[in-house]
Design a protein around this ligand. Sequence first.
Ligand SMILES: Nc1ncnc2c1ncn2[C@@H]1O[C@H](COP(=O)(O)OP(=O)(O)OP(=O)(O)O)[C@@H](O)[C@H]1O
Ligand SMILES: [Mg+2]
Length: 247
Amino acid sequence: MTEILRAEKLRKQYQMGEVTVDALHGVDLAVVKGEFVAIMGPSGAGKSTLLHLLGGLDSPSDGDVLLGGRRLAHLSDDEITVVRRREVGFIFQFYNLLPTLSAAENVALPLLIDGKRAGEYGARVDELLHMVGLDQRKNHKPDQLSGGEQQRVAIARAFVNDPKIVLADEPTGNLDSKAGTAVLELLRRASREMDTTVAMVTHDPGAASYADRVVFLQDGQIVRELTADEGELGRQEIIDAMAELEL
Ligand SMILES: Nc1ncnc2c1ncn2[C@@H]1O[C@H](COP(=O)(O)OP(=O)(O)OP(=O)(O)O)[C@@H](O)[C@H]1O
Ligand SMILES: [Mg+2]
């Protein structure tokens, strides 16, 4: 199994005036190609920070990230930008759509930024909007879409560049259970059928049960992992682990 993503002794400190916030201290994590990992833990545990570092959106205070075998610490900012644009899809906690662009244009944005022309990606954008059930909302601007619809646009956008890795922060947090299930099935299908690696932050044990592995983060450290040996992780198994950890 090919390792595609690795965090080595990852630390992140935020300096807030006099106060130092130790958001991550010493996180080691290796993820193989096609694996679906869920990251759980209380608010403030460092989950979003970890996801940002894994995707090269922010740089660690210490330690390193290997993305597709490349050490991000060895790359220039421009090189990291290209890796991120071509190989990583992000689904953020707060959708991060551009308000002046339509749903279709938001989905196409990563390709546009990468210098592709509209004629080259129209069909791909339509396919993705169909996949998230938004065929009828192509021309809507974000403020003309519900929260769940905006999230689905963000999900379609994350897949538009056929990423090797999708990093998702609470992708189902604002969705009803039907839309949430569709998103989770989509992520699982991407990992199983397209060999896309998925790392997803979630508070929901039901959502985490879609993953092959659950990593529990507490106070900036991994405190426990659950792996689906054969078949699937059970929601109850995850709830029991959370109770044991008093999360
Ligand atoms: N830009 C920043 N500047 C200073 N402190 C930050 C910054 N971003 C995060 N932190 C702090 O780092 C810690 C970890 O934050 P992070 O956003 O990673 O938590 P989280 O696990 O994603 O929480 P949540 O479940 O609430 O989204 C928190 O204590 C937070 O206050
Ligand atoms: Mg967060």
